[in-house]
Design a binder for this molecule. Structure first.
Ligand code: AHR
Length: 526
């Protein structure tokens, strides 16, 4: 059930009681600039600080980096000898921006790439690593210089929890089991000693392990029962070396494919992975910077389907005795627009700009995760740099520029929710393209996020706060009336968060949301 609880106008007026009375919102407490006669539509909501959903796990803001285009090579990793400023080979500007944002978890090396990756080819002296063809993403040559040690090094720099995606499609239980031993066994075995000889005597303590990726597609083209059989074969040899308790993630459905999820759960029998990975991209018909209104609305409205999928997939897992404790992971999500060949040629495969539309999409997604906080374990945006809905863009693998995208800034606005407890919101609007909201409370503070996905109407939102009183507070807005506006290399800060006025007193909070905006308010409560 959606945590934005839609109610009819009649129920709402009765339930919200005083809220409905216009005297609750004396115009005199609102500066003219806020409630100008703009013709903006008004919305009333109730924020139920007394009705908790669940923890907003920082992992809802997780990331994914694949060996694809210029995500890893040229994006995150430029090599120690690069003229691009770097920290031991990692692009300095990217590291700084990502550190500032905070990266709770990072999944690597794929994606489709994971099921064609053999970890031994990415360890030891870089010069000796084999050169391999990246068969999924344009047949370019991988020199293996970014391997397990380099990935863990990046995670340590970013203070991110590493999440390794294991190869099931073209590998064996033996290979995955050995990778885990190499990473996690403290010392004394041949593999752990090899790790030490390669520069890391300390084990990597990797908890999160994907057992295959998209096994219904690029990861093996399997039927669910075939994959479930393989999952069992692999999982039985994955061990908690050195006391690092593993969290195994089985390959779950594409979108809301309940047939796959049921087939998987049926085939697992009593075997229980700790997580099931679902992928849900929201496709776009146009190039990212030239969306038509119709195509934008189509894409943004499809987020209602993402929320529905989370609810359905959770229900499927819960319908199995051994599925109740399985964490639902939205392992790959975000907008996947129409990418012109020219952009790919210039900047790398699946290189995609992020616009105000993308930021609104990010806000819709992040609001959903808060509202469905009790159903989700982790969500990883695809991808971190230069690929699909990325947080950072560089001007190709050789490019010195590195800009924060609108999506980066949308994520920054939602940071205030991390580790708080999501609470319910009652609204009279349940349209797929309606006002989107979420709220969370913690440590004397309430974080509220609003997304206005309309391209043609501003909204005036009046919130009644139940179960807490608010005093003061601040808000930030990300907004551009042009949905194709973006942060480019020439204009890197065109769309950035700005302070935004909100009005509050006791149990009422009022905010104006211009068309196409994402706003987060942080409000002290008692
Ligand atoms: O993120 C790009 C690709 O999308 C991934 O490699 C794959 O898992 C998914 O199909």
């Amino acid at each position: 059930m959606s945590m934005i609880v839609p109610v009819s106008r009649r129920q709402f007026v009765a339930g919200a009681g005083a809220l409905a009375a216009s005297s609750m919102f004396p115009r005199r407490m609102v500066p003219k600039s806020l409630w100008a006669a703009s013709g903006a539509a008004s919305q009333r909501v109730v924020i139920r600080a007394d009705s908790e959903i669940g923890l907003v796990r920082p992992e809802f803001h997780g990331h994914f980096a694949e060996h694809l285009g210029s995500c890893v090579y040229g994006g995150l990793w430029v090599g120690k000898d690069s003229r691009i400023p770097n920290i031991s080979g990692y692009r300095k500007q990217a590291v700084e921006y990502l550190k500032e944002l905070g990266v709770p978890v990072l999944r690597w090396p794929g994606g489709c790439f994971a099921d064609d990756y053999h970890w031994r080819e990415g360890i030891g002296p870089a010069a000796k690593r084999p050169k391999r063809v990246n068969i999924h993403w344009g047949n370019y040559i991988e020199d293996g210089s970014f391997g397990t040690h380099e990935f863990i090094g990046l995670c340590r720099l970013l203070n991110a929890e590493p999440y390794l995606a294991g190869n099931v499609g073209s590998s064996t239980p033996h290979e995955l089991r050995d990778w885990i031993e190499y990473c996690n066994f403290p010392s004394g075995s041949t593999l752990s000693d090899e790790r030490a000889a390669n520069g890391s005597p300390e084990p990597f303590h990797v908890r999160y392990w994907g057992v295959g990726n998209e096994s219904w597609g690029c990861g093996g083209n399997m039927r669910p029962e075939e994959y479930a059989r393989l999952y069992r074969d692999f999982a039985v040899y994955c061990r908690d070396f050195g006391g690092t308790e593993l969290f195994l993630v089985a390959s779950g459905p594409s979108g809301n494919d309940t047939r796959w999820s049921r087939g998987l759960m049926d085939g697992l029998g009593w075997e229980r992975p700790q997580g099931v990975s679902m992928h849900y991209y929201t496709g776009g018909a146009d190039r990212s910077t030239s969306f038509t209104v119709e195509h934008m609305n189509e894409q943004l409205a499809s987020y209602a389907k993402v929320e529905e999928a989370i609810i359905h997939q959770r229900a499927v897992l819960d319908s199995y005795e051994n599925g109740k404790k399985v964490g639902l992971i939205l392992d790959e999500w975000g907008v996947w627009d129409n990418i012109p060949a020219d952009d790919e040629k210039r900047y790398g495969k699946l290189w995609q700009q992020s616009t105000m539309r993308s930021a609104v999409a990010a806000g819709l997604g992040l609001n959903i995760f808060n509202r469905q906080a009790d159903k989700l374990y982790m969500c990883n945006i695809a991808q971190m740099v230069n690929v699909l809905q990325s947080l950072l863009l560089t001007d190709g693998p050789e490019g010195e520029h590195c800009v924060r995208t609108t999506t980066y800034h949308a994520f920054a606005l939602f940071k205030a929710h991390r580790s708080k407890t999501a609470v319910r919101i009652e609204t009279e609007d349940s349209a797929p393209l309606g006002l989107s909201m979420s709220a969370s409370k913690g440590q004397g503070e309430l974080a509220i996020s609003f997304v206005n996905p309309h391209h043609d109407s501003d909204l005036q939102v009046s919130c009644t706060l139940r179960g807490a009183s608010a005093e003061g507070g601040k808000a930030q807005i990300l907004h551009d009336a042009d949905w194709n506006a973006c942060n480019s290399f020439d204009s890197p800060d065109r769309v950035t968060p700005k302070p935004h006025p909100i009005q509050m007193s006791g149990s009422t909070i009022q905010v104006d949301l211009p068309r196409l905006s994402v706003v987060t308010a942080v409000v002290p409560i008692h």
